[in-house]
Design a protein around this ligand. Structure first.
Ligand code: QAP
Ligand code: CO
Length: 169
Protein backbone atom coordinates (compact mmCIF):
# COMPACT_ATOMS: atom_id res chain seq x y z
CA UNK A 1 0.00 0.00 0.00
CA UNK A 2 1.16 3.53 -0.73
CA UNK A 3 -0.27 6.99 -0.37
CA UNK A 4 0.02 8.97 -3.61
CA UNK A 5 0.58 12.70 -4.18
CA UNK A 6 -2.54 14.63 -5.23
CA UNK A 7 -2.19 17.27 -7.97
CA UNK A 8 -3.77 20.62 -7.14
CA UNK A 9 -5.53 23.23 -9.30
CA UNK A 10 -4.30 24.93 -11.50
CA UNK A 11 -1.76 22.16 -12.30
CA UNK A 12 -2.03 21.68 -16.10
CA UNK A 13 -1.69 17.89 -15.69
CA UNK A 14 -5.27 17.93 -14.30
CA UNK A 15 -6.35 18.84 -17.87
CA UNK A 16 -5.14 15.51 -19.34
CA UNK A 17 -7.79 13.26 -20.91
CA UNK A 18 -7.32 9.75 -19.48
CA UNK A 19 -7.04 6.62 -21.65
CA UNK A 20 -9.26 3.55 -21.26
CA UNK A 21 -7.91 0.64 -19.23
CA UNK A 22 -7.28 -2.28 -21.64
CA UNK A 23 -7.07 -5.02 -18.99
CA UNK A 24 -7.84 -5.06 -15.26
CA UNK A 25 -4.61 -6.70 -14.09
CA UNK A 26 -2.57 -6.70 -10.86
CA UNK A 27 -1.01 -3.31 -11.72
CA UNK A 28 -4.48 -1.75 -11.98
CA UNK A 29 -5.66 -3.45 -8.76
CA UNK A 30 -2.58 -2.11 -6.92
CA UNK A 31 -3.29 1.39 -8.24
CA UNK A 32 -6.94 1.11 -7.08
CA UNK A 33 -5.78 0.08 -3.59
CA UNK A 34 -3.30 3.00 -3.44
CA UNK A 35 -6.04 5.39 -4.60
CA UNK A 36 -8.30 4.22 -1.73
CA UNK A 37 -5.46 4.68 0.77
CA UNK A 38 -4.87 8.20 -0.59
CA UNK A 39 -8.59 9.11 -0.58
CA UNK A 40 -9.30 7.71 2.91
CA UNK A 41 -6.24 9.47 4.40
CA UNK A 42 -7.33 12.86 3.01
CA UNK A 43 -10.21 12.14 3.87
CA UNK A 44 -12.37 12.35 0.75
CA UNK A 45 -15.36 10.64 -0.83
CA UNK A 46 -14.07 10.36 -4.41
CA UNK A 47 -10.77 10.30 -6.31
CA UNK A 48 -9.96 9.95 -10.01
CA UNK A 49 -6.64 8.54 -11.28
CA UNK A 50 -6.01 11.89 -13.05
CA UNK A 51 -5.65 13.51 -9.61
CA UNK A 52 -2.69 11.24 -8.77
CA UNK A 53 -1.14 11.93 -12.19
CA UNK A 54 -2.12 8.54 -13.69
CA UNK A 55 -3.97 9.14 -16.93
CA UNK A 56 -6.11 5.99 -17.09
CA UNK A 57 -9.89 5.80 -16.69
CA UNK A 58 -10.18 4.75 -13.02
CA UNK A 59 -12.30 6.24 -10.22
CA UNK A 60 -12.71 5.26 -6.57
CA UNK A 61 -15.64 6.45 -4.45
CA UNK A 62 -16.89 5.84 -0.91
CA UNK A 63 -19.80 8.04 0.15
CA UNK A 64 -20.45 6.11 3.40
CA UNK A 65 -19.87 7.79 6.79
CA UNK A 66 -17.44 5.11 7.95
CA UNK A 67 -15.33 4.12 4.90
CA UNK A 68 -17.35 0.90 4.64
CA UNK A 69 -18.56 1.08 1.01
CA UNK A 70 -15.59 1.24 -1.37
CA UNK A 71 -16.72 1.43 -5.02
CA UNK A 72 -14.44 1.09 -8.07
CA UNK A 73 -15.34 2.37 -11.55
CA UNK A 74 -12.99 1.39 -14.40
CA UNK A 75 -13.80 2.81 -17.88
CA UNK A 76 -17.01 4.38 -16.51
CA UNK A 77 -19.78 5.48 -18.90
CA UNK A 78 -22.47 7.83 -17.63
CA UNK A 79 -25.83 8.22 -19.39
CA UNK A 80 -28.09 11.09 -18.35
CA UNK A 81 -31.61 9.60 -17.98
CA UNK A 82 -33.39 12.93 -17.43
CA UNK A 83 -31.82 16.18 -18.66
CA UNK A 84 -34.37 18.27 -16.78
CA UNK A 85 -33.98 17.18 -13.18
CA UNK A 86 -30.90 18.89 -11.74
CA UNK A 87 -29.47 18.41 -8.25
CA UNK A 88 -27.58 21.39 -6.77
CA UNK A 89 -24.76 20.26 -4.49
CA UNK A 90 -22.01 22.06 -2.58
CA UNK A 91 -19.00 20.40 -4.23
CA UNK A 92 -15.42 20.24 -3.09
CA UNK A 93 -12.39 18.46 -4.54
CA UNK A 94 -9.15 17.07 -3.14
CA UNK A 95 -7.42 18.94 -6.00
CA UNK A 96 -9.04 22.25 -4.92
CA UNK A 97 -8.48 22.03 -1.15
CA UNK A 98 -10.42 24.41 1.06
CA UNK A 99 -12.93 25.61 -1.55
CA UNK A 100 -16.59 24.61 -2.02
CA UNK A 101 -19.09 25.91 -4.56
CA UNK A 102 -22.59 24.91 -5.60
CA UNK A 103 -22.81 23.02 -8.89
CA UNK A 104 -25.99 21.67 -10.54
CA UNK A 105 -25.79 18.30 -12.27
CA UNK A 106 -28.36 15.83 -13.61
CA UNK A 107 -29.77 13.74 -10.76
CA UNK A 108 -30.95 10.77 -12.85
CA UNK A 109 -28.01 8.96 -14.43
CA UNK A 110 -27.03 5.41 -15.31
CA UNK A 111 -23.42 4.34 -14.77
CA UNK A 112 -21.79 1.40 -16.52
CA UNK A 113 -18.26 0.40 -15.53
CA UNK A 114 -15.91 -2.46 -14.71
CA UNK A 115 -15.28 -3.30 -11.06
CA UNK A 116 -11.96 -4.14 -9.36
CA UNK A 117 -12.52 -7.74 -10.52
CA UNK A 118 -12.83 -6.61 -14.16
CA UNK A 119 -16.53 -7.56 -14.27
CA UNK A 120 -19.02 -5.11 -15.82
CA UNK A 121 -21.82 -3.69 -13.67
CA UNK A 122 -24.58 -1.10 -14.03
CA UNK A 123 -25.84 1.32 -11.37
CA UNK A 124 -28.54 3.98 -11.14
CA UNK A 125 -27.19 6.08 -8.26
CA UNK A 126 -28.96 8.98 -6.59
CA UNK A 127 -28.02 11.88 -4.31
CA UNK A 128 -24.36 12.33 -3.42
CA UNK A 129 -23.27 9.20 -5.32
CA UNK A 130 -24.87 10.49 -8.55
CA UNK A 131 -23.10 13.83 -8.09
CA UNK A 132 -19.78 12.25 -7.14
CA UNK A 133 -19.56 9.87 -10.11
CA UNK A 134 -20.18 12.77 -12.51
CA UNK A 135 -17.57 14.93 -10.72
CA UNK A 136 -15.01 12.09 -10.94
CA UNK A 137 -15.80 11.27 -14.59
CA UNK A 138 -15.15 14.95 -15.35
CA UNK A 139 -11.61 14.52 -13.92
CA UNK A 140 -10.95 11.69 -16.42
CA UNK A 141 -11.90 14.17 -19.17
CA UNK A 142 -9.65 16.93 -17.78
CA UNK A 143 -12.54 18.90 -16.28
CA UNK A 144 -12.85 20.35 -12.76
CA UNK A 145 -15.88 21.57 -10.75
CA UNK A 146 -14.44 25.11 -10.81
CA UNK A 147 -15.03 25.10 -14.60
CA UNK A 148 -18.80 25.37 -13.83
CA UNK A 149 -18.56 28.48 -11.60
CA UNK A 150 -18.07 32.11 -12.60
CA UNK A 151 -14.68 33.07 -14.08
CA UNK A 152 -14.30 35.59 -11.25
CA UNK A 153 -14.75 32.96 -8.51
CA UNK A 154 -12.49 30.54 -10.40
CA UNK A 155 -9.72 33.10 -10.75
CA UNK A 156 -9.96 34.01 -7.05
CA UNK A 157 -9.56 30.33 -6.12
CA UNK A 158 -6.65 29.94 -8.58
CA UNK A 159 -4.82 32.93 -7.12
CA UNK A 160 -5.26 31.74 -3.52
CA UNK A 161 -4.01 28.23 -4.34
CA UNK A 162 -1.07 29.57 -6.38
CA UNK A 163 -0.06 31.71 -3.39
CA UNK A 164 -0.30 28.67 -1.06
CA UNK A 165 1.81 26.63 -3.47
CA UNK A 166 4.45 29.40 -3.58
CA UNK A 167 4.58 29.47 0.23
CA UNK A 168 4.93 25.66 0.32
CA UNK A 169 7.81 25.65 -2.20
C1 QAP B 1 -15.88 14.96 -4.96
O1 QAP B 1 -14.41 15.39 -3.20
C2 QAP B 1 -17.20 15.48 -4.48
O2 QAP B 1 -11.56 20.99 0.11
C3 QAP B 1 -15.01 14.35 -3.93
O3 QAP B 1 -9.91 20.61 2.19
C4 QAP B 1 -17.29 16.26 -3.33
O4 QAP B 1 -13.66 14.02 -1.62
C5 QAP B 1 -18.31 15.22 -5.18
C6 QAP B 1 -11.85 17.38 0.44
C7 QAP B 1 -18.53 16.72 -2.90
C8 QAP B 1 -19.53 15.67 -4.75
C9 QAP B 1 -19.65 16.42 -3.61
C10 QAP B 1 -12.02 18.65 -0.03
C11 QAP B 1 -11.00 17.18 1.51
C12 QAP B 1 -12.50 16.22 -0.19
C13 QAP B 1 -11.38 19.72 0.57
C14 QAP B 1 -13.77 15.14 -2.04
C15 QAP B 1 -10.52 19.52 1.65
C16 QAP B 1 -10.35 18.24 2.12
C17 QAP B 1 -13.18 16.30 -1.36
CO1 CO C 1 -12.38 16.23 -7.59
Amino acid sequence: MAKLEILEFPDPRLRTVAKPVAEVNSRIRQLVDDMFETMYAAPGVGLAATQVNVHERIVVIDVSDDQSQPMVFINPQVTVLDEETLLPYDEGCLSVPGFYETVERPEKVRVEALGRDGEPFTLEPDGLLAVCIQHELDHLNGKLFVDYISPMKRSRIRKKLEKQHRLQA
